[in-house]
Design a protein around this ligand. Sequence first.
Ligand code: ZN
Length: 251
Amino acid sequence: MPSPLTKPRPRTPRANFSPSPQEPCFCGSGKPFRDCCGSAKRDRLPPHGVGIVPGFLDPDICRSWITHLHRQPRLPLGTVEAPDRGISHSETTHGGDRITDLVKAGRLRRDIDRRVERAYQDIIAPLRGRRFAWFEYPQVLRYEPGGWYRAHADSEVCSPDGRSWTKGIDRDISLLLYLNDDFQGGELRFLKFRYSHRPRAGDLVFFPSDHRYVHQAEPVKTGLRWVVASWAAFTDEPRVRDQPPPASIML
Ligand SMILES: [Zn+2]
């Protein structure tokens, strides 16, 4: 079995993924990007790499979790500049870029961790044919009206000129678990694919953490939007750090 800590590699910037409408789609379908993963049609499929499992979580469980979470302490996610880069890392930006609260899971901690672990191990790992080394402690996020999260990639930061991206954290898969849908706005939008997903309670959504999958949580218009977020690393992916992120559960 490969070590969960493969050797860190130098952080080489990757050219900005920016397919033109007429070029062959990156998914290998042979169709032009505009008729495939970059289609503007309303009834299109999710882009290659984005997995959606409706009803992964039972609606009754979603409701009971939210009832508990309403009473839990929460804190606004604050601004932290990545000290070694001088660029805000996607995960830690705030100000106008990200308006959301982190809610303490309390007695749900183990239950949430276990459900998220099952999503990684039973659904995503077999689909991708790879094994996970760890996942980061799932975060419970609460968006009020006006809350949003500006376009970002979960593992990479953009150069100031916008031409290249560099991996800053060892995340290969991003996971979202939606707990409710009684709000307006708040779609999950993948900018490079012109694709939006309207969350439904119980939806599991996952996708690669790199900048091809730059995404935005659109502003919530009414209601509260509840979502659980986590990130995981494959065993066989080269690392950029010599340690897993601090709040990680080893698999
Ligand atoms: Zn495609």
